[in-house]
Design a protein around this ligand. Sequence first.
Ligand code: PMP
Length: 452
Amino acid sequence: MTPWNERDLAVIWHPCTQMKDHETFPPLVIERGEGVWLYDIHGKRYLDAISSWWVNLFGHARQEIADAIAQQAHTLEQVIFSHFSHTPAIMLAERLVHKAPSGLSKVFFSDNGSTAVEVALKMSFQYHRQTNNPQKHLFVKLTDAYHGETVGALSVGDISLYREIFHPLLFATVTVEGPDCYRCPYGKNRDTCEVECFEKMAQALTIWGDEVAAVIIEPLVQAAAGMKMYPPLYLKKLREITSSLDIHLIADEVAVGFGRTGTFFACEQAEISPDFLCLSKGLTGGFLPMGLTLTTENIYQAFYDDYKSLRAFMHSHSYTGNPLACAAALATLNLFDTTQVLKENISKSTFLFQQASTSLANLEMIGEYRQRGMIGAIELVEDKKTKKTFDWEKRIGYRIYRRALDKGLLLRPLGNILYFMPPYNINYEEIQWMVETAVTSISEFFTQERDW
Ligand code: PMP
């Protein structure tokens, strides 16, 4: 018996409960989590193949992180973060600066991924105003970009599903056609190309460069776009051109940071340092909300002045630098430092690739299986030859997701793309089961259902 009934459940406005078909498919109520598994109130378990929207790194209810939060809660749960600081925040900033690409020596705290992005946008804009370049007010983004859903972050996003209705509220940006490796218009292969597609960015910056404050990018994987993956060389070229034109580079590693792509930060694979690095999600191991924006001493100096100059960056949130979130983040960093997780992930990701690519090879509707580090994505297509996508109204990914859920696999799709982004403590047997169950769900769908 639960202390609530169906009517109470409907009080929460979940994104999914706005759609009528959810009347017959209400939200699953999860009671507890352990490792890669979530357990609902009826005792059924689900393998969390998507790390609960990419936040969880070391498994649910991970003891070391839970203990660190509990201990911190008994010591200091929250304190104003203006003219006051605390040890967990100081230690976290210090440790991240050492892990981050070189030159990122200042850490600004906030409380989610969208806000980490908002902070970078506002800082970049204000920096140019305060360094005699007020004409630099534009932001450049890639097609299919996603950087969050607050109004500023949405402005630099390009996914119409989230943007369209709010269009009149959003600020103007320059949108550049980004890499599209599966459907490469240059007929190249992402493993061997010279990122010929970068010419679009070079052209845009030649035209708009003088007015551009910053280019914002999701390094290596455009996650919400459907795990679109592109080579590090694109980032290298982008860093070169932005540096030469006095344009900031904002690397949004909210989704790809903390080992997801194989290295601790994705930027490492391109050997670049951005001007801003936005972090959230895995930062606290998936336990508590926190956002960080790392930047350079040079940018900080443009804000540093007498009180009366009014040059300071004015942006604060009540829960900025929350000590519990800092304790969770420190415990997460400890797990990186005291285990061989990144090394073990190399073997796990090789195993995942072998399992997925061989078992998907014979399925008719698989356009591509792509993987970078611990992110693997299956793109479903109506026609393998032409790479034609399924009409979104058919909800193919969603219908396969429901089949997989019945089997105990949480495999949340992005349109026609299903993906694996599991917690790092997934074991080999679980990887095998995850892939087999996904493949069975896909093949059963296409053989047993007619309307696709
Ligand atoms: N940037 C990227 C690349 C993201 O994937 C996300 C979230 N999916 C965000 C920003 C926004 O993070 P949050 O949901 O914590 O606001």
